[in-house]
Ligand binder design. Structure first.
Ligand SMILES: O=P(O)(O)OC[C@H]1O[C@H](OP(=O)(O)OP(=O)(O)O)[C@H](O)[C@@H]1O
Ligand SMILES: Nc1nc2[nH]cnc2c(=O)[nH]1
Length: 176
């Protein structure tokens, strides 16, 4: 069996927490308590849990829903198509939807989530990712809120997995 490389810490959990608090301070004034925070499962779960609690500390108690999408499987590169495993639980028609994800890379996952929210009749769609990786070409839509511009490395931790493993690492690490 091939050796798994040791994760190298790029962003320690103290920095993760600082960035989440900063994002919440930017997002709270442009949302309301009817806003539906919609996490992209699975990887976005850790970030969404932290961000919604950071918003609550600022008095902003958003609603919560989820979309279960996947495009990477157990690989380190996008399959180039998005599989939708589960839709929103409740209707989003007429609501502001704040889509939350851990990382923005090819941009395909976020674009599909925005498409689904608009198709569901959302009145306004905002997007927020914890990490944005560099990409040589323009990606549409760029997220409205970005926590951290990450280097072009394969990331694990804070929801980001390697074939289903390492999501629970509290730091964000490189595994390459
Ligand atoms: O910008 P993109 O190239 O689309 O990449 C970003 C997506 O990749 C990961 O999801 P993945 O498909 O690996 O599923 P997961 O959430 O189960 O990890 C991550 O959680 C993002 O949703
Ligand atoms: N785990 C992981 N998933 C991703 N999906 C898109 N980019 C990445 C990445 O760098 N790491």
């Amino acid at each position: 069996m091939a050796d798994t490389p040791t994760p190298i810490v790029l962003l320690p959990e103290s920095e993760v927490a600082r960035i989440v608090a900063d994002l919440a301070a930017r997002i709270a004034p442009v949302t309301d308590d009817e806003t539906v925070a919609a996490v992209l499962l699975t990887g976005g779960l850790w970030f969404a849990a932290d961000l919604t609690r950071a918003l609550s500390r600022l008095g902003r108690n958003v609603r919560f829903d989820a979309l279960w999408l996947a495009s990477y499987g157990d690989e380190k590169e996008s399959r180039g198509r998005i599989d939708v495993y589960a839709p929103f639980q409740r209707p989003v028609a007429g609501k502001t939807v704040l889509i939350l994800d851990d990382v923005f890379d090819t941009g395909l996952s976020l674009a599909e989530a925005v498409r689904i929210a608009k198709e569901g009749g959302a009145a306004r769609v905002l997007t927020c990712v914890f990490a944005r990786k560099p990409w040589p070409l323009p990606r549409a839509p760029e997220p409205d809120f970005v926590g951290w511009d990450a280097p072009n490395r394969f990331l694990v931790g804070y929801g980001l997995d390697h074939a289903g493993a390492l999501r629970g690492l509290p730091d964000i690490c490189a595994l390459d």
